[in-house]
Design a protein. Structure first.
Length: 256
């Protein structure tokens, strides 16, 4: 077979080069269309989903104290309640007064939990002079607005011997409302009362579970002790989890 002579080589070489370049370009375009573009689209969608998730998570995170104070000053009742609760952690009575001021401000703006907190502070005299009449007013307002702990606070108010409007029937009625709402503090009071009277835990398991699920360390440990009576590995594992959760809450300084 004869080889192409140099003149023919010079004639066809540019054409071959152009064909090769076109072929490479076509392959690159196909690669981009089939692989790179779908990959870019997928990455874009993933980034959007992650951004939305982070945004939602950020919205659900509690405000830091400086941010809460800033938003409270701008009229945000949720932030006011956060500030009030944080200030109550302090042992400084002056800060308790500030806490009461923020709680009452938010309550007047219609915040149910702030109304409950205001009623509690009036009932106990923390941050403000004790006033049972105002405590009753705000607690009833809170209960009507759907605050979970208001019923128990009203029960405690009506059961207080120092309250001029003391009424045992009303105290029992409000306490039953609190139990029906599965208030963990109300459940814990039932548990402690029955335990002191020598009643076995098997007779108050619903209340004990209610208090444990509501984050009461005392109830968590009592439930763990009760579960320990079951020798099965699953029961033993569940008992350990309850004790670990109780220890975590104690470590954080959360009181029952």
């Amino acid at each position: 077979m004869r080889l192409l002579s140099p003149p023919y080589t010079r004639l066809f070489l540019p054409l071959v080069n152009r064909l090769a370049v076109c072929l490479v370009v076509r392959l690159a375009v196909r690669l981009i269309i089939r692989l790179i573009i779908p990959l870019v689209i997928s990455l874009t969608i993933m980034i959007m989903i992650i951004s939305m998730s982070l945004s939602l998570a950020a919205d659900n995170l509690p405000l830091s104290m400086p941010d809460a104070i800033k938003e409270a000053r701008q009229g945000n009742p949720d932030a006011m309640l956060i500030v009030a609760r944080q200030l109550l952690i302090s042992t400084d009575p002056l800060l308790h007064e500030d806490a009461f001021g923020w709680a009452l401000y938010a309550a007047r703006l219609g915040h149910p939990e702030a109304a409950e907190l205001s009623g509690y502070l009036y009932r106990t005299g923390r941050g403000v002079s004790k006033n049972d009449v105002k405590a009753r007013y705000w607690l009833k307002k809170a209960l009507k607005s759907g605050a979970d702990g208001a019923a128990l606070e009203l029960a405690l108010l009506y059961a207080d011997e120092r309250f001029t409007g003391r009424n045992r029937d009303k105290a029992e009625a409000y306490f039953q409302i609190a139990l029906n709402q599965r208030d963990p503090h109300a459940c814990l009071l039932v548990v402690q009362s029955k335990y002191r009277h020598g009643i076995k835990p098997s007779f108050f398991i619903p209340e004990l579970t209610c208090a444990a699920n509501g984050g009461q360390p005392v109830a968590m440990r009592m439930l763990a002790d009760f579960i320990d009576n079951n020798p099965s590995p699953h029961a033993q594992s569940e008992a350990r989890k309850w004790r670990q959760n109780a220890d975590k809450l104690d470590h954080k300084g959360i009181s029952p």
